[in-house]
Write a protein that binds this ligand. Structure first.
Ligand SMILES: O=C(O)CCCCN(CCc1ccccc1OCc1ccc(-c2ccc(Oc3ccccc3)cc2)cc1)Cc1ccc(C(=O)O)cc1
Length: 183
């Protein structure tokens, strides 16, 4: 994953628990304490080790941390200057999700080591979306729940997110997103 992801993990931990806790998590993860470089691609295992160490040090289950990270990712990348880019790909939750693969393709043009997931979205009712999450990475479905909640907050839309099934069934994770009345 690009360093931007590991910096977003750092930003989440430091903002909620402080620098000392981040230092302990980096040590527990066995990740050397030099700062991550956003535009450098790191092995995925670095990110998994950071999440695993954060779970042990903070005493919170990995799924809870991944969901919190997904939500934080939206705010963090918007603050890092990707807000304008994301706004180009949708003015609503529904539109953005339908354009997410296009957005990843656009980002990948600049950052060739990007290995993005793929999302298939379809309407499943007047205020219901179904979202297929296809990824080569294991175990990140809880992050997608957080991403969807973070996106909804960005679009001032209230949502309920259900993880309908994991990838063991059809090779992808399926989510159901109930869009509540716009806030
Ligand atoms: O692989 C998986 O199964 C889970 C990936 C979860 C993180 N994705 C979240 C995608 C997403 C979902 C919902 C809503 C918004 C989302 O992301 C928007 C987005 C996507 C990519 C970037 C991005 C921008 C620059 C990057 O690289 C940089 C960063 C700084 C300087 C130079 C290059 C890397 C990712 C920014 C916002 C974004 C992503 C981040 C990194 C990678 C990658 O390094 O392969 C692939 C995807």
């Amino acid at each position: 994953m690009y360093g931007l992801v590991n910096k977003a993990v750092e930003d989440l931990v430091v903002s909620r628990y402080g620098e000392d806790m981040w230092a302990r998590i980096q040590e527990q993860a066995g990740v050397d304490a030099v700062g991550f470089v956003s535009m450098e691609a790191y092995p995925d295992e670095v990110t998994y080790k950071l999440v695993g160490a954060a779970s042990e040090v903070l005493g919170r289950p990995p799924a809870a941390l991944l969901e919190a990270f997904g939500e934080h990712w939206i705010l963090y990348t918007a603050r890092q200057g990707y807000g304008e880019l994301m706004a180009m790909f949708g003015a609503s939750m529904r539109e953005f999700l339908g354009n997410l693969d296009n957005m990843h393709t656009r980002v990948g043009l600049s950052f060739p080591q990007l290995r993005p997931p793929s999302f298939v979205v379809r309407d499943a009712g007047p205020r219901t979306l179904e979202l297929e999450y296809h990824s080569r990475r294991e175990g990140l479905a809880p992050m997608v729940v957080g991403l969807l909640k973070g996106l909804a907050r960005g679009f001032s839309e209230e949502v309920a997110v259900e993880h309908v099934h994991g990838r063991d069934r059809d090779g992808f994770d399926l989510f159901r997103v109930e869009l509540q009345a716009a806030a």
